[in-house]
Design a protein around this ligand. Structure first.
Ligand SMILES: [Zn+2]
Length: 342
């Protein structure tokens, strides 16, 4: 999730769990610092490893086990900052810091990227797919309430902010389930039997209405946008397709070669949601779960492997003219390609 949201949640969580008598501004600062701490992992760099960010972002820094470390660091910094105040002892600021760190990892787990909540006991990446990476409706109320709670010294407002955010995430869980049901209903309405193997339903930017659906069928990834609004029939747009990576895909690097190792590591991150494109002797293995548009089969990130050249990561955020307009039409439901499900 974006860092404004993490700041707002961290402040609100820090204030909400503050012990009576402890400094409210110091608790808010501890929550804020710990709420931002986990994303310091973006500074983990390695010149020789193109996958470094996929490996380390949302890794141990985003686990329950590491949260007390962020809580302690934030408590010490906040206590130092407010060192002239007798009510800002680090021991009283540890819990606000811990709450700030937990707000960060739980919030990230609500999105689609994958967060190692249970490291080191389990290195699975948890993605609850109920919140987009940026959503103003989720963020703005909690931001305003967190700032007011701090400025007016009103802890109640911080609790309201957390309740709002949690309610919104639960709405996302419900909408996600509705979108998946609608997709399966659409499958069932087809004349041909669809041999779908894997199905993923992901939130799209800025809303809980349109969902990106991806599924594997006959060796190809298929995409669709599914729009679910309360009291309205779901709407579906069938999107683009792209070949799936298989061990038989042509032109793959030889087993054991550096490029093959990169592909295997990337595949661990994508959990096998790999698309395959070949251009001459260059192969592009993409993460089909993410695209700029719900109906796009152009992965947001891929690895490019070519003979005798080190493999690289390709980030593709390109949009065609009019794509934002088309996405807007998908959200409001006026896109001409929508099919309504009765
Ligand atoms: Zn994060």
């Amino acid at each position: 999730m974006d860092n404004v949201t993490h700041a707002a949640l961290g402040i609100a969580a820090g204030i909400a769990v503050r012990r009576a008598g402890a400094s409210l501004p110091a608790a808010a600062l501890a929550g804020l610092l710990a709420g931002e701490g986990p994303d310091l992992d973006v500074f983990i760099r390695s010149a020789g490893d193109p996958l470094v960010s996929f490996r380390w972002h949302r890794h141990f820094t985003h686990s329950f086990a590491f949260a007390p470390v962020w809580g302690l660091l934030a408590a010490l910094i906040s206590a130092w900052f407010f060192r002239r105040r007798p009510d800002a002892h680090w021991r009283d600021l540890f819990l606000p810091g811990l709450a700030g760190a937990l707000s960060h990892v739980l919030c990230d787990a609500c999105t689609s990227y994958g967060t190692m909540l249970l490291w080191p006991f389990d290195t699975g990446r948890y993605a609850w797919d109920c919140l987009p990476i940026i959503d103003l409706l989720a963020t703005l109320p909690v931001l305003v309430l967190a700032i007011l709670a701090w400025k007016k010294a009103a802890p109640r407002l911080a609790v309201y902010g957390l309740v709002w955010f949690t309610t919104y995430a639960l709405l996302g869980v419900w909408q996600h389930a509705r979108a998946e049901t609608a997709l399966r209903q659409w499958f069932a309405s087809q004349q041909v039997t669809r041999r779908t193997e894997r199905v993923a339903v992901k939130p799209t930017a800025l809303n809980l209405v349109v969902w990106r659906c991806v599924w594997l069928e006959d060796g190809k990834w298929h995409t669709a946008a599914v729009r679910v609004m309360p009291f309205m029939a779901p709407q579906v747009i069938l999107g683009e397709t792209r070949a799936a990576l298989t061990p038989q895909s042509p032109g793959l690097p030889a087993a054991g070669s550096p490029a093959a190792v990169i592909i295997a590591d990337f595949s661990r991150f994508t959990q096998g949601w790999n698309s395959f494109t070949a251009d001459g002797s260059t192969v592009l293995i993409g993460d089909i779960r993410f695209g700029m548009l719900p109906t796009s089969a152009h992965p947001l990130w891929s690895v490019r492997c070519e003979p005798n050249v080190p493999s690289t990561v390709v980030i593709d955020r390109s949009l065609k003219p009019g794509d934002w307009g088309r996405f807007g039409q998908m959200i409001v439901g006026t896109h001409p390609d929508y099919v309504s499900l009765r």
